[in-house]
Design a protein around this ligand. Structure first.
Ligand SMILES: Cc1cc2nc3c(=O)[nH]c(=O)nc-3n(C[C@H](O)[C@H](O)[C@H](O)COP(=O)(O)OP(=O)(O)OC[C@H]3O[C@@H](n4cnc5c(N)ncnc54)[C@H](O)[C@@H]3O)c2cc1C
Length: 387
């Protein structure tokens, strides 16, 4: 059985950031991703806007890997950050104005992310599903079962990171989670010579978003196999309905070129963490903050991220990263996006490395030591640090 210092489950933006952060500390890291591409929803889900990492005063509020991953998303794509942030003006996508953000080609970003992971020395398992966990008597995750092709393997690690977007690893270990409702708004890539859409790529190429249909746009929680199948079927139905409504002539100038290969669920499940971030906590000082998330909807507000929101209450030997950390209500809206996934991923990657170095549990890691290491990386810890 292969043993790792840090095992990262899920290769979305949070998992990539976690794996890079741990590998850059010299750790032996495995990154396991069930798709054959990295990036998760951001790429396989055709989400192509790396939302802002600045506030409305023109102040950058996230650095280190969150900024590096933003800058690298330009590498194989037609977009660039604005002049103000040291680049050239990119296409007007997402309405984020002069804030520090960037759009990207999903396929281009997949190429970059794989290159970054390869260069970091992380052992990458693509097209591999984590199918089970092994816990010891103290409800500590000691190992996981993975499945690729027709082969099963067992791995073990000093510390696991659940970056699966829906807390899959921790759920398999019996952790309590809180699900959330979703609504159906398919995003897909189309050629359209008839009408312009809001989300423009190049030429006649668009990311088309279909607003949730009034009669059946919303879904209850999407946790079970049956709920997932129902959600995916409805997505297909809505996309077909959009093209079916066109005349034969219109169909010559408008057709799909790429569909998402992941369920476009905004929120699946969040962990029951030692701390919670919830509505009304914008601008609030959190002594154990490990980074700041910009509010992508309102430029003025920023949110501190308590380390305890990454630490499950009921399972040991593991941390959460990305959109399954413990954020509720309005805070989940703020933290479920790409830059926050990168920021929490880096925090989890550094924390897991330190747990491996010191042979301590995530809940026993002194937060001031973690903050010190994150600051050395260039992470901005508190809102006051940039005032
Ligand atoms: C319609 C829609 C529009 C959005 N628009 C934007 C936007 O414009 N800008 C923005 O910043 N954000 C947007 N988001 C949100 C954003 O894309 C995601 O929330 C963010 O990318 C989440 O990153 P993550 O790494 O936490 O999770 P994910 O991207 O979900 O990554 C989790 C990864 O884990 C893998 N995985 C899961 N289970 C297993 C398993 N058992 N074994 C192995 N691998 C596993 C998955 O395949 C996936 O790759 C949007 C989301 C939706 C649904």
């Amino acid at each position: 059985m292969k043993h790792f210092d840090v095992a990262v489950c899920g290769g979305g933006i949070a998992g990539v950031a976690a794996a890079l952060a741990a590998a850059r500390r010299g750790k032996k890291v495995i990154l396991i991703e069930k798709q054959c591409v990295l990036g998760g929803l951001a790429t396989a889900g055709l989400i192509y806007i790396y939302l802002p990492i600045s506030d409305d005063r023109g102040v950058k509020i996230a650095g280190s890997l969150t900024e590096e991953l933003l800058l690298r998303c330009q590498e194989y794509g037609p977009f660039a950050v604005s002049e103000k942030w040291g680049g050239i003006s990119g296409a007007d996508c997402g309405g984020a104005g002069e804030r520090y953000f960037c759009c990207f080609s999903p396929a281009g970003y997949e190429l970059t992310l794989e290159k970054m992971i390869r260069e970091s020395g992380v052992e990458l398992y693509l097209d591999t599903v984590v199918t089970g966990v092994r816990c010891d008597g103290k409800n500590r995750i000691a190992g996981a079962e993975i499945f690729c092709g027709a082969e099963k393997e067992s791995i073990s690690a000093d510390c696991f990171i659940d970056a699966t977007g829906g807390a899959c690893l921790l759920r398999m270990a019996g952790a309590k989670v809180f699900p959330e409702t979703n609504y159906i708004t398919p995003w897909f890539m189309e050629i359209n010579r008839n009408t312009k859409s809001a989300y423009y790529l190049t030429g006649d190429l668009y990311i088309k978003t279909i607003p949730a249909p009034a009669e059946d746009g919303s879904m209850k929680e999407v946790l079970s196999a049956a709920e997932t199948q129902e959600f995916l079927r409805r997505q297909y139905r809505e996309i077909r309905r959009y093209f079916d409504a066109m005349s034969a002539e219109e169909r010559k100038g408008a057709y799909p070129v790429n569909l998402p290969v992941m369920p476009q669920l905004r929120k699946i499940a969040r962990i029951d963490g030692i701390s919670e971030i919830t509505s009304g906590e914008a601008g609030k000082f959190r002594a154990d903050s490990v980074g700041i998330a910009a509010d992508w909807r309102q430029a003025a507000t920023a949110w501190e991220t308590p380390y305890g929101a990454l630490v499950p209450k009921d399972v040991r030997g593991a941390l959460a990263a990305g959109r399954c950390i413990n954020t509720s209500l309005d805070a989940w809206e703020v933290f479920r996006v790409i830059p926050a996934a990168a920021m929490t991923g880096e925090a989890a990657g550094v924390a897991a490395s330190m747990c491996s170095e010191r042979m301590v549990e995530p809940e026993d890691l002194p937060v001031s030591d973690l903050q010190h290491e994150l600051r050395k990386n260039g992470v901005i810890i508190h809102i006051d640090d940039v005032k």
